[in-house]
Each structure stands twice: as C-alpha cells, then as structure tokens.
Design a protein around this ligand. Structure first.
Ligand code: SAH
Length: 661
C-alpha cells in the first residue's frame, strides 16, 4: 500500500471507526493515526488492514479490531511517563499504539513464533520489549506498572496481575465465563490495594490460556443465563401477544394496528423460511382487503417482479427473453408460499377496476444476481482461481458478515485485478441491455434519467460490490428506497405499500452494528427519516428449525438445520418466554419499560441466501438494539424451510412462472 493511501485510509478509520464511535481521547486518536496497521498483518491481508474487524495473524490468533485497541488504550488513561504491561502481544500492533502513549511497554506473548514476528514488526519502536512467557503471571521483572492491558479473555482476573499494579494503576481486561465472549473490565488500584471495578461493556477476545487463565483441557464453562436475563425473558413473555396461527391472528385483527400507515415494512431473519413468507402473506392480505393497501414491493429485481405484476393485475403476458426468477437464489421467490400469495392476489384483483388493483413490484437494483452470475461465468472461463475468490466474496455480500477466516480465503488474486476492466465493461453492457428491455415495457414508470444515473453509477457500484464496502450496500438500499418513493408518488396520495425484504434492509440500520460501525444505512431507516410515524418497521425472527440456503453464492440450495439460537442472543430471550408464536409491539402503550431494556445491544441472527452454520457467530450474528431497530417484532419459535417450486431451467411449464403455476 502506498504511503499516502495508507495515511488516507488510517485517517478515515480514526474518523469513522474510532471518533465516530465515541473515542474522544485526542492522544489515543493521534497514536492510532500514527501506526500503519498494514505493517502488522500478513502480506495477503494488507488490503483489509483498515477494515473494522480483527484479522487472522496465524496460529488461530488475531490482530485486534482497531476500535478495541483504541477503546482499551483510552480506558487505561495513559500518561506519557507511564510504564505499561501488555499481555498477548500477537502481531505487536496494540503494543506499537501503546508505545506512542507511554514511556515504556513490556509485552508478553505465549506463542514464541508470534513473539518473534512481533519483535520484527516492532523494530521501529525502541520503547517496547517483547517477552515470551505466560502472561497470566505478568512480567514481575518490570513491575510495578501504571497500566496493564490484557488482549485475551480469562475466566477471572489473574491475581499475579493485580499484584504488579502500582497504586492508582489501571488494569484493563476482558473477563467472562465463556471462552469467546467477555465483558471488558477496568480495575483501578486504590489505597491499601483495594480495587475499584467498572464494566465497560461486552467484547469478544481470543482466550487467555495459562496458569491463571483458561487451560486447554478445561471444557468451556457453560454460560448460564443470568437471573436478570431470565426475568427479562419473563417480562417479554408478559408483553407478548400470543397467537395460534397466522390466518387466525389476521382474522381477529392482530395486524390492524398498522392499517393507517403509509408503508408497512415486513422483515425476515432468513430468505429461506416458509413461515416468514406465510406471515408476510397473511399480514399483507389483511392490509389489502381491509385497509386499502395497493402496492406490494419486494426485494427482487424490477423486471422479474414486473412479470408477476402482469399476472396479478391481469395484464397481457409478454413474450420475455428470460422467464422470471430463474437465477440464483431461485427459491427466494420461486417457492410454494410466494406462488400461493401471487395466486391469491390475482384472484383478489379479478373484476376490479384497473386503478383499484394491487400491483407487485421489485425494488432491488436491476440484475444484481444476473450480474453476479455474469461475473462468475466470465471468471470461470478466464481465471477459475479468481472465480473461486469471487464466489467467496459474493457469499459475503451481507452487512453482518465479518468472518476473518473468510477474508483470509478470499484474498484478491492478481487474476481478478487483471480482468476487472473487462468484467466491469461486460456488466455495464448487460445492465444497459436489461434497462432497455425494462424501459420498453415499463417506460411510464422508469424514466430515462433514473436509468442513466444507474448506468453511470454501475461501475462504482460493481467495484464497491466486489470489494464488499459499505458503499455498495448504501447505493443498493438508497435505490430501493427511491424506487419505493417513486411507486408511492406514481400511485397518488392514497397509495399505501407493503414491503417484503430481509430484516437487514428493514430494521433501522442506525440501531445496529451495520449503521453504527460501518456507516451502512437501509430502506427501513430511510423510511423512518422520510415518513416518520407513517412507516411501521416489523421484524421477524426464529429460534430453530430448517432453512433453505446455499453455502456459497451460486451454490446448490440445501435444506439446512438452523442451529438453536445462542444463549447470549435476543432470539434466546424470546425462546425462553416459552410462547411459540407471538407479536411484540414496542409502540403499544405500557410497553415502555420493556422497550427500554431491549434497547441494550444484543446479538441477533441474520441468515441470507447463504448460511454457514460452521462459523455462525462470525458469519451470522451482529449486535442490534431490538426495540430501536423495529417498531414491532413477530416471533415464530420453530420454523421450516421454504419449498421451491418443482422444475428448473428446461423443465417445462414452471419455467413460465408465474403464468404457468
Ligand atoms: N494485541 C494483539 C492481539 C493479540 S490476540 C494485537 O494487536 O495484535 C491475543 C494474544 O494473546 C494471542 O497472540 C495469544 O497467543 C496471546 N495469549 C493467550 N494467552 C496468553 C498468555 N497466557 N500469555 C501471553 N499471551 C497469551
């Protein structure tokens, strides 16, 4: 990485990931801005050096996420004269930052290989000494220390460390009963050796193994649900509005509370769960029949949805070059639940005046899956290795994805760089052709200016998409919002829309890790900003069951078991209510106290068209403040995979979907 480029990315990291998250200490920000992180990560990982994530450094260990290093350094309240002990040198990155803030840094690493590499990395930092040893015993030779920072999590604070702390000294350490999740604690040594203890919040560190830490034979102790969590679950249960079946719930008016909204957005925690589609269908039917909703807008390509729209509104069936929903992930819209809803909508519209028929529209950027397919096909031909990398990358096109191991495998090859220009040219061509086609059929709605803007943005978009940055996500969700706004406008002042999309598009991004850490926004957030109370954001979630998904982009659809939700997740709180199906309305009167408690960030699960149970925590969980993210939340404890429609390309009648079903 060129020096100026490195400095630019570092400044951006300091601004967005650190200052943006509330790190205020100017000395810490300056120290973080001065250390080139790329010098501490393996060569094949350099391009990710300023990503908001830990990265693998070998031996199963990681270089800490920049924010965590800054958070700990700030918590240690360092003075330029201080002597500091760090436990867990790893790459040496945090030690380099500490070196800029204190007089001396002793750092202890258990694994000799890592210590040797860190020593190399730290050549330019004369006030740091790297030692090999068991850091749970501290480094008595250098004691006492004004600050001790542990970069690995233990079951409790090792007494040796407390003993090596100077009066007034600060000990910052992740402590927790589980090996993978801890609370970050700050202990300050007061008079007479007394320790004041403060909780700085939840964190995830690698385990501290050693004499006064975890040992490798000791099984991870079960993280028992705390009494507080249990009672929160019970309180959730008391506020929950239970229902037996979705149709029964709709019939008795459970969802009528959203009848006067302009837009009702219905989320889902996976793209392959039958009950989520059934629930959205039941709510949507009610809103159409009893409350005059006349637009159904879904997370699908415009041209695909347009074919369904012609079917449900009894418009002439056009001869199309490409039948609808033929590409990966086919099961997302070609499944029995969607087909049943489409047939219902067609029957509902029959005999009504054209202006009173409810339409079915796609909000997504055109050809998202088409263009991914085109890139893969092209790379398969010219550079199969780059194609493998691209498959990994596309599998990660989700705002919650943050598995460093996947990053590790998905290192950019020169092969892709070499053909990037051709790929982009091909994609622009493809996009232009599809737009021409859409223009011919839906010209009234899709004005030329919007198309031109999209084609112009395409290059930036595809590049951003491949490199997996927030920009591509934001472009996509802004486009979805603008299409929705356009639809509402085109249908006049009485138009009301129901939106079907994933929870990650619908739940207010500002209330989740996506928005707070990575600057990602979404359609739910934009609806709130523009429509206020006239928008209802409804999430859906589940504990366990089965789901239809693939392991990689373009991969085979499989029916997979959904692992029971994690003990520390918001799903587990809901599961422990013991109520199989319920609605939790955060806007209902009397629910303020519970809503307040559910503002605290907790892990929430996101499954897209890709599900990787093997790396579930890293690949599918992210922190969210449930009651800020959604206005209401629908719980379906056990759920089943969707059933794809029979037949595939070349299999006859179903290819003409929706007309052939
Ligand atoms: N601060 C590091 C992150 C290190 S990850 C960085 O910025 O790169 C935690 C490190 O703690 C790992 O390298 C692991 O090997 C080390 N570790 C685990 N147990 C330890 C112990 N008892 N003593 C010293 N180091 C330990």
């Amino acid at each position: 990485m060129e020096e100026t480029e490195s400095a630019r990315r570092r400044a951006c990291m300091v601004e967005r990931q650190l200052a943006g998250r509330g790190v205020e200490d100017a000395r810490v920000l300056a120290a973080m801005g001065a250390v080139p992180r790329e010098a501490f990560v393996p060569a094949d990982m350099r391009e990710f050096a300023y990503d908001d994530t830990p990265l693998p450094i070998g031996e199963g260990q990681t270089i800490s996420q920049p924010y965590i290093v800054a958070l700990m350094a700030a918590a240690a309240r360092l003075d330029p004269r201080d002597r500091v002990l760090e436990i867990g040198t790893g790459s040496g990155y945090a030690a380099a930052v500490l070196a800029g803030l204190a007089a001396r840094v002793e750092t202890v690493e258990l694994r000799p290989e890592l210590a040797a590499r860190a020593r190399e990395n730290l050549r330019a930092y004369p006030n740091v000494d790297v030692h090999v040893g068991d850091g749970t015993l501290g480094w008595p030779q250098g004691a006492p220390y004004d600050a001790i920072l542990a970069a690995a999590g233990g079951p409790e604070v090792p007494p040796a460390l407390v003993g090596q702390l100077a009066p007034g000294g600060r000990l910052i350490m992740p402590v927790g009963a589980s090996r993978e999740r801890q609370r970050l604690l700050r202990m300050v040594r007061g008079d007479h050796g007394r320790l004041a203890r403060e909780d700085l919040g939840p964190v995830r560190f690698v385990p501290l193994v050693g004499e006064q830490g975890w040992d490798d034979t000791r099984a991870a102790s079960k993280h028992a649900a705390t009494p507080r969590a249990e009672s929160l679950s019970a309180r959730m249960g008391r506020r929950a509005e239970a229902f037996a079946g979705l149709d029964e719930a709709a019939a008795r008016g459970l969802f009528d509370r959203w009848g006067d909204r302009r837009v009702v957005l219905l989320g889902e925690a996976s793209h392959g769960t039958s009950e989520f589609y059934q629930a959205r269908a039941a709510i949507t039917r009610r809103l159409i029949e009893h409350h005059g909703f006349n637009i159904v807008a879904v997370e699908a390509d415009w041209p695909d949805a347009a074919a369904v729209d012609r079917h449900v509104r009894h418009l002439p069936h056009l001869a199309v070059a490409m039948p609808a929903f033929q590409r990966f992930p086919r099961w997302m819209w070609r499944n029995t639940d969607v087909a049943a809803f489409v047939e219902w909508l067609r029957a509902h519209n029959e005999g009504r005046a054209m202006s009173r028929r409810t339409g079915f529209f796609g909000l997504d950027l055109y050809s998202l899956s088409d263009s991914i397919g085109a890139v893969l096909a092209y790379l398969d031909r010219v550079d199969p290795e780059a194609a493998g990398v691209a498959r990994e990358r596309y599998g990660c096109l989700t705002p919650w994805q943050k598995d460093p191991a996947v990053y590790g495998r998905a290192v950019l090859t020169d092969g892709y760089r070499g053909c990037e220009q051709q790929v982009v040219a091909q994609l622009k061509d493809l996009l232009a052709r599809r737009m021409e086609y859409a223009q011919g059929q839906d010209g009234a709605f899709l004005d030329a200016a919007q198309n031109a803007r999209l084609v112009a943005a395409a290059e930036r978009y595809y590049r951003a998409m491949y490199y997996g940055t927030a920009e591509s996500w934001n472009l996509r969700d802004t486009h979805m919002y603008e299409t929705l706004a356009h639809l509402l406008e085109a249908h006049g002042p009485t138009a009301r829309a129901v939106v079907w999309a994933h929870n990650s598009h619908i739940g207010d991004a500002a209330a989740t890790e996506m928005g707070q850490s990575r600057g990602e926004l979404n359609i739910g957030q934009l609806c709130r900003e523009h429509l206020g109370e006239a928008a209802a954001l409804v999430g859906m979630d589940t504990h366990t069951g089965t789901v239809a998904a693939a392991h990689d982009w373009g991969g085979r659809m499989e029916i997979m078991e959904v692992r029971p939700s994690r003990e520390d997740s918001v799903e587990r709180l809901a599961h422990e209510c013991g109520i199989p199906r319920f609605l939790l309305d955060f806007q209902a009167p009397g629910g303020e106290a519970l809503a307040q408690e559910l503002r605290q960030p907790r892990l929430e699960r996101y499954i897209g068209v890709i599900y990787r149970p093997g790396t579930e925590l890293m690949s599918h969980y992210a922190d969210a403040s449930l009651s800020r993210q959604f206005d209401a939340w629908l719980w379906l404890d056990t759920t089943r995979a969707v059933q794809p429609l029979a037949g595939g390309p070349g299999a006859g009648a179903p290819e003409t979907y929706p007309f052939g079903v």
